[in-house]
Design a protein around this ligand. Structure first.
Ligand code: ATP
Ligand code: MG
Length: 412
């Protein structure tokens, strides 16, 4: 009797499989994120198999939506809608028979993998046996190099997964597995891309946006919200601090000459972001700076900005050029939001010709004229916190215990 086909989404990871000791911790994050990505849909059971994860889609009415959500789960190397059957040669053949039935493909190949070596057939034998089986049923031919259809067969001890098309995932590491960072988010093109790159390296990102309301209209806040909303699709829950910066800039303008202002503003932003990062326990800051892109992003000025921080400032775009960053922003869907016209807080009171090489003692002399701790306090105390969730029901991040000893074993 032919056994039932049971639909599922099969997820492979790559980098996580290279982590010997901490693999269970990474996998737990990945599994939780898969559940969060689909939290609003009919509950999806995520099952761990050696080397892969499976989302059980039996009876689920939303397989395509689930697949689309999983394309944004960092740590996923590739994904495929698959059918699961028992691992007997007969069950596999019968499933392949039903899956190719009525399908036209002028050429094909079988790509079989055995996840354990005690299976009665080798991968080559499975390929041959199933290949012959397909040729008996469909008018087609075998093409190993450029097939119109690839039939993937993954044989595990109790179950076999069969699928045709495999899609790439984002790769990287699961959000949350590397800890939390605080990202300085302007309304520009670069900083959303920088934040996303850190998500891809496993960071949960909290956002800080500096605005100049009431000196400027609230457009920049709306852009920041729209950007965070878009990026939340990759981490499911975000927090955004909106920090009033206009009054602080006015103070700077009163005592700092125009060429030095940008670096002084940036150092104040970094100090305020750092104070907020300490509140959430984040051990690093992130900016969208790229070397040489503008005057505040020369090596000497980046050094001056670093000196205002005690936490590391991560700059994932430092070696990227504008075209590469723009292409990434377009792929993420942040570009359209970033190019909306708006007056950034840094366009307020900003000189035409900022200094490109500030020296440490120059900055120090200028900042002595400011009451730095009062300015930082005003920023931190004025910050308004907003929360974002995608999908509905994803909820705030769970607190993870990082000890590998508490993990459950790998097999289901
Ligand atoms: P972006 O496109 O991200 O605005 P940019 O190339 O325009 O970057 P700058 O305006 O010099 O560069 O800003 C450098 C970095 O400082 C930004 O990438 C961002 O991380 C941070 N930053 C600048 N303005 C703000 C702001 N208003 N709120 C939060 N962070 C900011
Ligand atoms: Mg900018």
């Amino acid at each position: 009797m032919a056994s039932r086909l049971r639909p599922c989404l099969l997820v492979h990871y790559h980098e996580i499989s290279l982590k010997a000791g901490h693999r269970p911790m990474f996998l737990r994050h990945l599994r939780q994120n898969l559940e969060r990505a689909t939290a609003d849909l009919q509950p999806v059971r995520v099952v761990q198999f050696p080397g892969r994860l499976m989302l059980d889609l039996e009876g689920n009415p939303n397989p395509e939506t689930i697949k689309e959500r999983v394309t944004r789960v960092c740590g996923v190397a590739n994904l495929a809608l698959a059918q699961r059957v028992p691992s007997s040669v007969d069950a596999i053949k019968s499933a392949v028979g039903r899956m190719v039935e009525g399908r036209q493909f002028e050429s094909f190949r079988i790509t079989a993998r055995r996840a354990f070596k005690t299976y009665p057939l080798t991968s080559v034998e499975i390929n041959r046996e199933l290949g012959t089986f397909v040729l008996e049923r469909v008018r087609t031919r075998v093409d190993l190099t450029n097939p119109a259809l690839t039939i993937h067969v993954e044989v595990l001890p109790n179950e076999t997964f069969i699928y045709f098309d495999q899609e790439p995932g984002p790769g990287g590491l699961p959000v949350g597995s590397s800890g939390t960072v605080v990202s300085l988010l302007s309304g520009g093109i670069d900083s959303p891309v920088a934040a996303w790159r850190m998500m891809k390296r496993g960071c949960r990102v909290e956002f800080v946006h500096f605005h100049s309301v009431p000196y400027l209209p609230p457009t920049s806040q709306q852009k920041a919200r729209a950007l965070v909303e878009r990026l939340t699709q990759w981490q499911f829950f975000s927090r955004l601090y909106l920090v009033p910066f206009g009054e602080i800039q006015r103070e700077v303008v009163l005592s700092v000459p125009p060429p030095a202002r940008v670096v002084v503003y940036r150092r104040l932003m970094v100090r305020i972001a750092e104070a907020l990062a300490r509140q959430t326990g984040a051990p690093a800051l992130v900016t969208g700076e790229s070397l040489g892109q503008v005057a505040s992003q020369t090596l000497p000025n980046l050094a001056r900005i670093n000196e205002a921080a005690t936490l590391p400032i991560l700059r994932p775009l430092i070696g990227m050029d504008k075209q590469e960053i723009t292409a990434q922003a377009q792929a993420l869907g942040t570009f359209e939001i970033s190019i909306e016209p708006d007056q950034d807080c840094c366009t307020l009171f900003v000189p035409k010709h900022p200094a490109t090489r500030m020296a440490p003692d120059e900055i120090q002399i200028l900042e002595e004229r400011l009451d730095l701790s009062a300015l930082v306090r005003a920023g931190v105390e004025g910050a308004v916190l907003e929360a974002f969730e995608f999908p509905k029901g994803a909820g705030p991040f769970p607190v993870h215990r990082a000890r590998a000893t508490e993990e459950e074993p790998l097999s289901p």
